[in-house]
Write a protein of this length. Structure first.
Length: 304
């Protein structure tokens, strides 16, 4: 059949559609601009609260530890990139102290790190500074030390004497488990600095106690120290309780240069899907964003 006058030949139409599809593919996903993650969330949790929720820790640590470093959106994650413990061998001492598996301290602790890499590290890896296991976990430790919520790394005592900060809070039992010969030195250092080492919160008279604080006490203290608005998560009251328990503190960083920023900006409201994902992550330990009102900051169980 002859082509209608003025109509383009069939092969031209096919070629046109092909070029259009190539252009769209080359431009990347159509949703990349609106769904691209914008910040990193450094989440630290309070081990006594984690242990309270699961009710299966013999002892609990008495310092804030890393839960994870999370992009605010789970987009463009390479879940085929499997965790390899050998990639972070040089970080293991710090990982065991500052990023421990609070719930399973005696079992294969690398399972916790594997979970964080699979769920969050493979998403963060689209940033050059985080595009390997070593970079992701190394940067997470760097940001934890920069925040220094426990005041391990900025203490004038540790700086003056050149003491390895990891010895603070490192018990003799832990040293034996790690095959560390610094056991007696660790005990000596902890006794020497008992009462002198003040965390960021203690500088504002906020410390683990049977007495209650207000959510505003934590927010004001953290905002004054870091100059940004944090997000604080709590374990909701159980049956027979009438107060929430502080569980996690989130501080946020820009993805480009890792500068501190507010966790929530007025013009940057999270989508319902994003809120749901972050809520699910927090609820892994039963945590929710704290409500205004009193908060329990539980002391750790006594160490044996």
């Amino acid at each position: 059949m002859a082509e209608a006058r003025g109509a383009l030949p069939g092969w031209v139409s096919v070629l046109g559609w092909g070029l259009a599809l190539c252009c769209l593919c080359g431009a990347g996903p159509l949703w990349s601009g609106s769904h691209e993650w914008k910040k990193l969330i450094l989440t630290q949790h309070w081990p006594p609260t984690v242990c309270k929720e699961v009710n299966r820790c013999r002892d609990s640590l008495d310092y804030w530890t890393i839960h994870g470093l999370w992009p605010d959106r789970a987009e463009d994650c390479n879940h085929s990139w499997h965790f390899n413990l050998n990639e972070i061998k040089d970080l293991l001492r710090d990982m065991k102290i500052y990023w421990p598996d609070v719930i399973h301290p005696s079992s294969n602790r690398s399972q916790f790190w594997k979970h964080e890499w699979d769920k969050h590290g493979t998403c963060a890896a689209q940033v050059d500074a985080l595009n390997s296991e070593r970079k992701y976990f190394g940067k997470s430790l760097d940001l934890y030390k920069q925040i220094d919520l426990n005041s391990f790394f900025s203490s004038i005592f540790t700086q003056a004497l050149g003491i390895e900060p990891s010895l603070l809070g490192f018990s003799c039992d832990q040293a034996r488990k790690e095959g560390d010969g610094s056991c007696l030195f660790a005990v000596f250092i902890n006794r020497l600095f008992a009462g002198r080492q003040k965390s960021v919160l203690q500088k504002f008279e906020i410390k683990p106690s049977i007495n209650y604080y207000q959510l505003a006490d934590f927010k004001d203290a953290l905002t004054r120290i870091y100059g940004v608005v944090p997000k604080i998560q709590c374990l909701m009251p159980e049956q027979g309780e009438n107060v929430q328990t502080i569980g996690q503190i989130e501080l946020c960083f820009t993805k480009e240069d890792f500068h501190l920023r507010n966790c929530t900006e007025p013009e940057e409201q999270p989508s319902s899907g994003q809120e749901a994902r972050l809520a699910r992550e927090a609820s892994t330990h039963g945590m929710m964003v704290c409500e205004d009102g009193p908060i329990f900051y539980p002391p750790p169980k006594s160490q044996h």
